[in-house]
Design a protein around this ligand. Structure first.
Ligand SMILES: C[S@@+](CC[C@H](N)C(=O)[O-])C[C@H]1O[C@@H](n2cnc3c(N)ncnc32)[C@H](O)[C@@H]1O
Length: 297
């Protein structure tokens, strides 16, 4: 697919403590393309992760937009909302090019256990055409979820039905189908129409039968009841917002894998899930990202 746009980038620095609010801001503004990464300047802070390793105080944020005007509007909103908590903010125009093509060319094959993404020469190949959707296997949260699927398989869990909420490329559903031959029923949902189409294509490319729906919450799933396994790699607020519905639609002794949050956010999410009635089973941390497995009673 050729996809040429005049991409602009808003670049700024922020403090560690502002990151979750900036993520919330992006979510509220419906900004899909942004990344937050630790500054190399590494001014060592008093904040430590669960292994006691200090985070840098300063983080870089890149927000991508499709025009200069959109960038300037968002920049102004950021300055009003975050004041001195963001600094060195600027808008840059990026050179015109085929971003999707460039992105795909720069991908290196990723292996997670015996699944291999991109390179169909060995292991169990998975063909993921990610292009505009999230989920090529590279991100720590996706990896954490897939490793959790292997963990479940190793302990003898055999799901027949799964719900993949926030499916992106459909990578989690596809991985689950390659791990378990017992899966008969897959429902994958995404708020983003591109992701829905990409998941549909990836399902076809990987020989998967599944129901792929466009939706932003569980109300788009009137027919989905009693699933064995829910997979959800999304923002903290949605993980919390969807939790009661997840509890309702899961069978007894059903499993849910959640990811998409950093270690600092874990306590809040964990107490939220425990309060609803879930039991914590296992967790996997990759860098600062956590993936947690819960079970219904
Ligand atoms: C972090 S990506 C995860 C993609 C893939 N499941 C993975 O693990 O790599 C989160 C996905 O959730 C989707 N999403 C965000 N909010 C959503 C919502 N309220 N309902 C459904 N999907 C949502 C985004 O469009 C995105 O594709």
């Amino acid at each position: 697919m050729v996809f040429e746009v005049k991409v602009h980038k808003i670049i700024f620095k922020t403090t560690f403590s502002s990151i979750s609010k900036i993520e919330e801001f992006c979510e509220n503004e419906n900004i899909q393309n942004f990344c937050v990464f630790e500054s190399q300047e590494r001014e060592i802070s008093k904040i430590h992760d669960m292994e006691g390793i200090p985070f840098s105080e300063i983080f870089n944020v890149d927000i991508f937009t499709k025009s200069k005007k959109e960038s300037e509007i968002i920049k102004k909103k950021l300055q009003i909302e975050f004041k001195e908590n963001i600094f060195d903010i600027k808008v840059e125009e990026l050179n015109d090019c085929d971003w999707v093509d460039l992105y795909i060319k720069n991908q290196t094959p990723t292996t997670i256990e015996n699944l291999l993404f991109y390179n169909p020469n060995c292991f169990t190949p998975i063909k993921i055409s990610s292009s505009l959707a999230f989920g090529n296997g590279d991100h720590q949260t996706t990896k954490g979820c897939i490793l959790m699927l292997f963990y479940l398989a190793r302990y003898g869990f055999r799901p027949k039905s799964i719900l993949d909420m926030g499916c992106g490329t459909g990578i989690l559903s596809i991985s689950a189908s390659k791990i378990w031959d017992c899966i008969k029923d897959i429902t994958a949902v995404d708020i983003d129409e591109d992701a829905v189409q990409i998941t549909k294509n990836n399902f076809i490319d990987n020989g998967i039968n599944g129901n792929v729906l466009h939706g932003s919450d569980l109300s788009c799933l009137p027919g989905v009841r009693c699933v064995d396994l829910v997979l959800c790699n999304i923002f903290k607020r949605q993980l919390e917002g969807f939790s009661k519905e997840f509890f309702k639609i899961l069978k007894r002794a059903g499993m849910i894998v959640i990811s998409g949050f950093i270690k600092k956010q874990y306590e809040e999410i964990d107490s939220h899930y425990l309060k609803i009635g879930f039991r914590r089973v296992h967790s996997i941390g990759i860098d600062e990202w956590l993936t947690v497995l819960y079970k219904t009673p």
